[in-house]
Design a protein around this ligand. Structure first.
Ligand code: NDP
Length: 617
């Protein structure tokens, strides 16, 4: 056996040493800087009394309809598989293939994997093995290392286990590199590295009824058996490229933002970036600081709200060091905020518990009907978007560019973004917004991008074109009872899960943050933690009952899936635009993310109390 796999003489468990070295010292970066110019952090006032009237609704409708069907992406296979290569780590650590057995196999070593390990170990589960595609821990934060990367949820609430780690983030919106290092610190402190097979991609997971075991096949030749499998491989994991005519003919350098190639020199180069989602909004201001000419190819503008970055103060550090429970309490307060924009603005006084609420809640004389409530939300939402559009006019000098940068869809329908440098970047003479609305870039030749008959020659082309959404449980083949795959089940009968965590016919399989998986808040690591707690509860319950398998019954699964559909339809007007959240307008209601808020917890609590939805064997 190689040094990469060692058997512990005491426990008989294998311990691994497969963490890869760094690919290059050039991979480094920071997130948002602190901005001192107050005018860049000030929003124009909300237009009091403005309502989302018929004329405005018509504008939004036209904006949406013009883009319908324009989203078209290629899978990163065949000639495009190069775009998936791990550019962050040295070559995989050599090791022999494994064909042994473990109790619990977890796919993924991002926050979900790390939290699971921490909690499983506390609950006394030790025979746990992780498979991770990358060369180190971090998940999202391992792959996404583009310049300017930072979290959009305040780091004091976003980073889990801050007290257990004795760590305080350096900035309110910590940079991605700091977050990745935090993941590494967690892995070191909790003994995670020993448990993880890095550079190991799970390709197939198949249930064997006779042995009540999953067989897990990987790209490293492994064929391991596991009694339970937990999918913790993220919601925006698989990158995608826009499908563009002639893209394979481009002679310059090209990469996707989640495989940022730091070996390609950008200084003094003509750089093009396709896409203006959350990634591009963070990367563009940094690219503009390096490239000699920057071309930003936009199909749909993002909403750009105020960021107001700041450093963690010495006073906060002192206070928090003396205040056990500060981080857990802050995370819990954050989770209570029900409005996305309010959550993202992260009022310090409220989150620190200094004030009970940050805004007086209005008392209404009469209870509103669900329809009235949605209309009210649409009006409030419209005023937010008016403010965001006014910010564009206030910051962008050229009126044509400003007009192109204004989004016309409900706030939050596409992922809201936050930045204080992005909009003014377009005032620089070497930064050019190329408005490709409404159908997007459609042609690339060997020199660069061609749009509306004009060629934009480029040295480097960056695809900020996003990821597959909510495909966690389907992209690596999962074959359950009777040889049915999860993908086929959901394609034939619609997405069907219980709590997003189980699917009937797939015993002992747990899906963290998959479709229909609720329970969270705007803080994604909070949802992950709720799911991890649930899975640990279920595994403990099985242990106590002496059950070797658990499945869910079909009826509660159908009820839950129907509930997700209803919850989705109820709030559909708030998400009426073309966005990956709704499969670019094509997903069945209730088949992707869950919009039921606290009701997920009610389903969960009832199930945990009654155990009625489960079949234990
Ligand atoms: P997105 O899917 O949000 O953006 C893809 C972009 O590519 C869109 O602007 C899309 O336009 C554009 N596009 C696709 N095809 C074309 C084309 N042919 N021509 C022109 N433009 C095209 O991906 P991101 O990587 O930006 O973000 C993904 C998600 O990752 C975010 O929504 C967020 O959840 C997460 N993220 C989180 C961050 C954080 O928390 N700090 C930072 C960055 C990302 P269109 O809109 O018209 O489809």
């Amino acid at each position: 056996m190689s040094d990469a796999i060692v058997v512990d003489a005491k426990t008989g468990l294998k311990s691994f040493n497969t963490r890869a070295g760094k690919a290059s010292h050039r991979i480094q970066g920071k997130g948002y800087a602190v901005i001192t110019d107050e005018s860049l952090k000030t929003l124009p006032p909300e237009p009091a009394g403005a309502v989302f009237n018929a004329a405005e609704q018509d504008k939004y409708r036209k904006f949406k309809e013009a883009r319908a069907g324009a989203a078209d992406y290629v899978a990163l296979e065949g000639e495009f598989s190069e775009y998936l290569k791990d550019v962050y780590s040295a070559d995989p650590v050599p090791r022999e293939s494994l064909d042994d057995e473990c109790e619990i196999l977890v796919v993924g070593a991002g926050f979900a994997g790390l939290l699971l390990w921490y909690k499983l170990k506390q609950a006394g589960f030790t025979d746990v093995r992780f498979c991770e595609k990358g060369g180190d821990v971090g998940g999202t934060w391992y792959w996404n290392r583009y310049p300017g990367i930072a979290c959009d949820v305040e780091a004091y609430s976003y980073l889990p286990l801050l007290e257990e780690m004795g760590y305080i983030p350096t900035m309110k919106f910590a940079g991605g590199f700091e977050i990745m290092e935090y993941c590494q610190k967690m892995a070191e402190k909790f003994g995670f590295y020993d448990r993880c097979l890095f550079h190991t991609t799970v390709e197939k997971t198949q249930w064997d009824e006779d042995s009540s075991r999953w067989t897990v096949i990987t790209d490293r030749g492994d064929s391991m058996k596991a009694r339970k499998v937990i999918l913790a491989n993220g919601i925006l994991t698989t990158p995608k490229l826009a499908r563009i005519d002639g893209m394979e003919t481009f002679k310059g350098d090209a990469f996707h933002t989640s495989r940022w190639n730091y070996n390609i020199e950008l200084k003094g180069k003509r750089v093009g970036i396709i896409g203006t989602g959350a990634t591009a909004v963070q990367a563009v201001p940094e690219l503009a600081k390096i490239a000699s000419e920057l071309f930003v190819f936009q199909r749909t503008p993002s909403s750009i709200d105020v960021r107001d970055q700041r450093e963690t103060t010495a006073e906060e550090i002192e206070t928090w060091k003396q205040e056990p429970g500060w981080a857990r309490a802050r995370r819990a307060r954050f989770a209570k905020i029900s409005a996305g924009r309010t959550a993202m603005r992260a009022n310090d006084d409220y989150l620190a518990g200094k004030v009970k609420d940050f805004k007086e809640r209005k008392q209404h004389a009469e209870e509103l009907t669900p329809e009235e409530l949605v209309q009210k939300q649409l009006d409030t939402n419209f005023r937010i978007m008016e403010q965001i559009r006014a910010r564009v006019d206030a910051m962008v000098e050229d009126p044509v560019t400003a007009e192109a940068l204004k989004p016309y869809y409900p706030y939050g329908c596409k992922r809201p973004t936050f930045h204080d440098e992005y909009l003014p970047t377009f005032n620089s003479p070497h930064v050019h917004l190329v408005d490709t609305a409404p159908r997007g870039v459609s042609h690339i030749n060997e020199n660069g991008i061609v749009h509306d008959g004009k060629e934009y020659p480029l040295d480097v082309l960056v695809y900020a074109t996003g990821f597959q959404w909510m495909a966690t449980s389907t992209f690596n083949m999962i074959v359950g009872r009777n040889g049915v795959s999860l993908r086929d089940k959901w394609q034939d009968r619609g997405t069907k899960t219980f709590l997003g965590l189980h699917s009937h016919g797939f015993p002992n399989l747990f899906i963290i943050s998959g479709p229909q998986g609720g329970g969270g808040s705007f803080n994604f690591t909070n949802a992950i933690e709720e799911h991890a707690d649930y899975v640990v509860w279920m595994l403990t319950t099985m242990r106590e009952r002496g059950a070797s398998t658990v499945d869910v019954k079909e009826a509660p699964e159908a009820d839950y899936a129907e509930h997700c559909r209803q919850a989705d339809m109820m709030t559909a007007p708030l998400r009426d635009c073309i966005t990956y959240y709704n499969g670019h307008g094509e997903a069945e209601p209730g088949s992707l993310a869950y919009y039921g808020g606290g009701r997920w917890h009610k389903f969960r609590e009832q199930a945990q109390r009654s155990l009625e939805p489960y079949i234990f064997d």
